[in-house]
Write a protein that binds this ligand. Structure first.
Ligand code: PSU
Ligand code: MN
Length: 302
C-alpha cells in the first residue's frame, strides 16, 4: 500500500514547514452536496491563509493520498459509491482498488505515516448511546490511543454519549485539553456540560505539550485539543436537545446500524434544524482548521 504524498505536501514536510491534515469523511458523508465541495476547498484555503499547507486525505482507486488536487477533491465530494473507510478498511480498499473517504481513524493513521503531526476535524467519533446493547464505539478512539498525532476538534459529536466517551479517552490514555476553556465542547454547542482537567491557551503551549510527549517517549498516543465553537455561532441548545431526541428515535425506528449511524444522525439534524446545525458544524470546523494551522506553525518553528 504505497502512500501517495502530493508534491506540495512532501516539500513542506521535508522543509519542516507547517502542514495540516484534513479528513474526507466529513466531505463525502458528513455534509450535503453541493455544499460539501465548497467546504472542502474553503477549509484548504483557511489553512493556506495561515501560512500552512493543507493535506486532505482520502483513498482513490485503492491508493491512499495525502494531499489532494482539485479534481481529486471533486471525486471525494461527488462520486457515487465512495466508501467510508476507517483504519481497518485501508488494506481492504487498497487490495481491491476501492475509493473511499477516510474517517478520523484512517486519516490520523495515514497522516502519521506521512509524517504530518497536526490534524483538524469537526467532532471525533466516540461511544454511542445505547452502547450496552450495540457495543458501538468509534474506532477513532482505539486508533488515537496508539498514534502520535495532535487532533484539533470541537469535542466529540453530540449525537454520542459524551461522558462515556470522556471516560474511554481517560481509560485509553489519550491526552485531552480544552483550548481556552475548562469545559469540554459539545460539537454544535460550545459546552457539552462536562469539564476537562487541562486548559491550553496558545498554539505555542500546545506545541510545548507535543514536545513533552516526544521527550517522555511513553506510549505513542494522541493529543486532543478540544476547541469550542464560539457561543454566538453555536446551535440553540434547546433546539439541539429536541431534534437530537427525534433523530435518535428515527435512527432506531429505521433500523440504522454500524457505519451508517453517524451520517444518518448528522443528516437528520441538518434537515430538521433548517440548516442551523450545518451552520454551527461549519463554524466549528473552520475554527478548528484555523487553530490547527497555527499549532502546526508553532510546532514547525520549534
Ligand atoms: N464529525 C463530523 N462529521 C463527520 C464525522 C465527524 O462533523 O462526518 C465522521 C468522522 O470521520 C469520524 C466518523 O471519524 O464520523 C466517525 O464515524 P463512526 O462513528 O462510524 O466511527
Ligand atoms: Mn460506529
Amino acid at each position: 500500500m504505497v502512500l501517495r504524498v502530493s508534491e506540495e505536501v512532501r516539500e513542506a514536510i521535508d522543509a519542516r514547514r507547517p502542514v495540516v491534515a484534513l479528513e474526507s469523511t466529513i466531505i463525502a458523508h458528513g455534509l450535503p452536496r453541493p455544499r460539501n465541495l465548497q467546504v472542502a476547498l474553503e477549509l484548504e484555503e483557511v489553512v493556506r491563509r495561515e501560512g500552512a499547507v493543507p493535506a486532505t486525505i482520502a483513498v482513490l482507486d485503492g491508493r491512499p493520498h495525502v494531499g489532494l488536487d482539485k479534481e481529486q477533491l471533486e471525486r471525494v465530494a461527488n462520486e457515487d459509491g465512495i466508501r467510508k473507510l476507517g483504519h481497518r478498511d485501508l488494506p481492504l480498499a487498497a487490495a481491491s482498488g476501492a475509493s473511499g473517504a477516510t474517517t478520523v481513524s484512517a486519516t490520523a493513521l495515514l497522516a502519521a505515516l506521512a509524517g504530518v503531526r497536526v490534524f483538524a476535524t469537526g467532532g471525533l467519533g466516540g461511544v454511542h448511546r445505547e452502547w450496552t446493547v450495540t457495543q458501538d464505539e468509534s474506532a477513532d478512539l482505539g486508533l488515537l490511543a496508539r498514534t502520535r498525532i495532535t487532533v484539533v476538534c470541537a469535542g466529540v459529536k453530540s449525537i454520542l454519549d459524551v461522558p462515556a466517551t470522556l471516560q474511554r479517552l481517560e481509560t485509553l490514555g489519550i491526552a485531552v485539553a480544552g483550548y481556552s476553556t475548562d469545559r469540554f465542547p459539545g460539537f454544535y454547542l460550545s459546552d457539552s456540560g462536562h469539564p476537562v482537567d487541562w486548559t491550553l491557551d496558545s498554539p505555542a503551549q500546545v506545541a510545548d505539550v507535543m514536545r513533552a510527549q516526544d521527550s517522555l517517549d511513553g506510549p505513542g498516543s494522541a493529543l486532543i485539543v478540544a476547541n469550542p465553537v464560539p457561543p454566538e455561532e453555536q446551535l440553540d441548545p434547546e433546539l439541539h436537545a429536541r431534534v437530537l431526541a427525534d433523530a435518535l428515535h428515527a435512527c432506531e425506528a429505521g433500523g440504522v446500524t454500524g457505519q451508517a449511524v453517524t451520517p444518518f444522525l448528522l443528516d437528520y439534524l441538518v434537515r430538521h434544524t433548517d440548516g442551523a446545525s450545518l451552520t454551527a458544524n461549519l463554524a466549528a470546523v473552520r475554527g478548528n482548521v484555523r487553530l490547527a494551522a497555527r499549532i502546526a506553525a508553532a510546532w514547525a518553528a520549534a
